[in-house]
Design a protein around this ligand. Structure first.
Ligand code: KIV
Length: 312
């Protein structure tokens, strides 16, 4: 749609803005605004979120894309990898995130098995994410070999984000979580993957676990924005996992992770302090307790006094 086009209910497309807590107008991020950011060389920000609270915090911090990643299999559900998380589990979390996101583009991962059994199944599952959880795009792992399937999902009016390089759903085929694209043949395949996704019309491409030189070449070659994770600084934007940047993973971080806070220490301190207060009978205080109204208190004292008198 061109500039000046109108939406039903009035208002030009470029007017989709709302007031945020600091009083500034903030534009709703769309697949179109992501492309515009790439063209304008404005870095795109993306973080995962898996529940209402994290979604609100991420959205209110002005992050462009909120991704309900299938990494929630590990971060939220304690599975060893992403393979066993189901569509229903993903939907449960995505609905909660939807309630917390107002401005960012909301994207959810199609989990392993939700698009591997055939195109109709893929479209049906992708449509569930849109209809039941209100996502604005779904993310599907794989390059060239997924291009036709991705085209079919997009034909069903569901924007799709691609994901190539280290694709965690292929961990058993890759033989572990290994940096991809290290040989000339592997670089050539990654380039073919990226171009196939670009031609299929993806709204952005996640580039995971590849040398920065390769991510840089791909970014220059495709029209779609590239969002890197362990792919160096030359992508159109960067994504990290919420739990990684906050030290909530109970594991040493990967090389590319930068920790911006220590929520584990913060939470552990708070939980220990609560436990110590309860054990020492320091919590709750009188100020943290509810009290009877004066008249009820006087009435209660009279009743208790009478009872005590009867016992004497
Ligand atoms: O599942 C996930 O969190 C992802 C990332 C790209 C971070 O796919």
């Amino acid at each position: 749609m061109g500039t000046g086009s109108i939406r039903r209910g009035g208002g030009a497309l470029e007017d989709i803005v709302s007031l945020v807590s600091n009083g500034e107008l903030r534009q709703k991020i769309t697949v179109a605004s992501l492309r515009e950011k790439k063209l304008q060389h404005q870095p795109i920000t993306c973080l995962t979120a898996y529940d209402y609270a994290s979604a609100r915090l991420v959205d209110e911090a002005d992050i462009d894309i909120v991704l309900v990643g299938d990494s929630l299999a590990m971060t939220m559900l304690g599975y060893p990898d992403t393979l066993s998380v189901t569509v229903d589990e993903m939907l449960h979390h995505t609905k909660a995130v939807r309630r917390g996101v107002k401005h960012a583009l909301l994207v959810a991962d199609m989990p392993y098995g939700s698009y591997h059994l055939g195109t109709d199944d893929a479209v049906r599952n992708a449509a569930r994410f849109m209809k039941e959880a209100g996502v604005e795009a779904v993310k599907i792992e794989g390059g060239e070999k997924r291009a036709d399937l991705i085209r079919r999902v997009i034909d069903a009016e569901i924007p799709v984000a691609g994901h190539i390089g280290l694709t965690p759903q292929s961990v058993n085929v890759m033989g572990g979580y290994k940096v991809q694209g290290k040989s000339l043949a592997a670089i050539e395949q990654l380039m073919r993957d990226a171009l196939a996704l670009d031609r299929a019309g993806v709204c952005f491409i996640v580039l995971e676990g590849m040398p920065r030189e390769v991510a840089s070449l791909i970014t220059a070659e495709v029209a779609a924005p590239t969002i890197g994770i362990g792919a160096g600084p030359d992508c159109s934007g960067q994504v990290l996992v919420f739990h990684d940047i906050l030290n909530l993973t109970f594991a040493p971080p990967a090389k590319f992770v930068r920790r911006y806070g220590d929520a584990a220490a913060l939470i552990a301190d708070a939980v220990h302090a609560f436990r110590d207060d309860v054990v020492a009978q320091q919590y709750p205080s009188d100020g943290e307790s509810y009290h009877l109204p004066k008249e009820t208190q006087q009435g209660l004292e009279t009743v208790l006094e009478r009872k005590r008198g009867m016992r004497r």
